[in-house]
Design a protein around this ligand. Structure first.
Ligand code: COA
Length: 317
């Protein structure tokens, strides 16, 4: 297929929020959070903007790729919300890294990084681009209901970036969507127009945890089996599976059913929490930096999230 990853980068806020601190905000405790989710700490923005985190991650990825912004043909930014509805996050990154290529945001919730990889594949396969910067950046803590203990303990902030260039690293990719506004909803706040029909949209963060859990395990199993079959690879050929870091129990269940070992499973939820679409590129950069994933290794990426959306791929790093 079309591309190879040639650089990765990541950035997160400085402030670390642990479970103990959270227990002073809502009725929760460390033991509940750790056993149900695997989360110990998460990064929470105090005064960093999502644009700043994105630019930091992007610059690191460009340095590792030995490129500058001027070498890029396209910037794709996966985010549920940038600092503004307009200009897009991608346009602000384009300005701050000195690029002059087209730049656009896309929103596929937690599967957004997989959707961006799929779009990069299409652009590069068609010959419309050769070098693309993909950023996945989320500030989930801006969207949470901090009085709801069932959801506010789960999420964190961060940004991950990859630079991809024409090559044969990508072996197979799948993305899916199934429209649903019951299982996982993050509301919008709108201004009231004197002319428009007032649609009663709940601005809150709502999630049916148990149902999302079942959807997550089922879709990870389905998607990973499919991309591995298409790529013609077996579990033993894979160096690591990097799942969207939403819940340790979700990906441990999937790992066992797919026959991966503990060493093949990437775990970062303990220190990131759920950073939505940023979670996979954050892990990818961390694992490459730690030498746990090396050039030539085959990896599986798999994500699921609001929408409902999912995505998975097999690639050679
Ligand atoms: N601290 C303490 N207790 C809590 C709590 C918290 N933070 N949040 C919920 N509880 C309580 C509930 O009130 C409930 O109490 P009750 O039995 O007295 O009614 C109990 O814990 C069990 O709640 P439940 O929602 O059934 O827990 P769970 O085992 O399903 O775990 C999630 C909840 C959210 C951790 C789990 O369902 C999950 O991770 N689902 C997937 C979510 C996900 O991946 N979302 C992201 C998609 S991208």
């Amino acid at each position: 297929m079309s591309f190879q990853i040639i650089g990765t980068g990541r950035a997160h806020p400085e402030f670390v929020l642990d479970n103990e601190m959270l227990s002073k905000v809502v009725d929760t405790n460390d033991e509940w959070i750790v056993t149900r989710t695997g989360i110990n700490t998460r990064y929470v923005s105090t005064d960093e903007t999502i644009t700043e985190l994105s630019v930091k991650a992007a610059k690191k990825a460009l340095v590792k790729a030995s490129l500058t912004g001027k070498d890029l043909d396209l910037i794709l930014c996966s985010t549920m919300k940038g600092d503004y509805a307009c200009p897009s996050l991608a346009c602000l990154v384009q300005r701050d890294i000195g690029a002059d290529c087209p730049a656009v945001d896309l929103n596929a919730a937690c599967s957004g990084f997989m959707y961006a990889l799929d779009q990069a594949d299409a652009y590069i396969s068609s010959g419309k681009a050769e070098t693309i910067l993909i950023i996945a950046a989320e500030m989930m803590t801006r969207h949470l209901d901090w009085t709801d203990r069932a959801t506010c303990v789960l999420f964190g902030d961060g940004a991950g970036a990859v630079v991809v260039r024409k090559g044969d690293g990508l072996k197979s990719i799948i993305i899916t969507a199934k429209g649903d506004d019951q299982l996982l909803v993050i509301g919008n706040t709108f201004c009231k127009s004197p002319y428009g029909r007032q649609i009663d949209i709940d601005p809150e963060f709502r999630m049916k945890g148990g149902e999302v859990y079942k959807f997550a395990v089922t879709s990870v199993l389905r998607d990973v089996k499919e991309v591995m079959k298409t790529a013609g690879v077996k579990t033993k050929d894979i160096k690591m599976m990097i799942p969207h870091q939403a819940n340790l129990r979700v990906f441990q269940a999937a790992k066992e059913k797919l026959g991966f070992t503990d060493e093949q499973l990437a775990v970062g939820i303990d220190h990131y929490g759920n950073t939505s679409s940023a979670s996979i590129p954050l892990m990818l950069d961390e694992l490459i930096e730690a030498g746990k994933i090396k050039q030539g290794d085959l990896i599986v990426l798999t994500a699921f999230g609001g929408g409902l959306t999912t995505g998975a791929c097999v690639m050679k790093v």
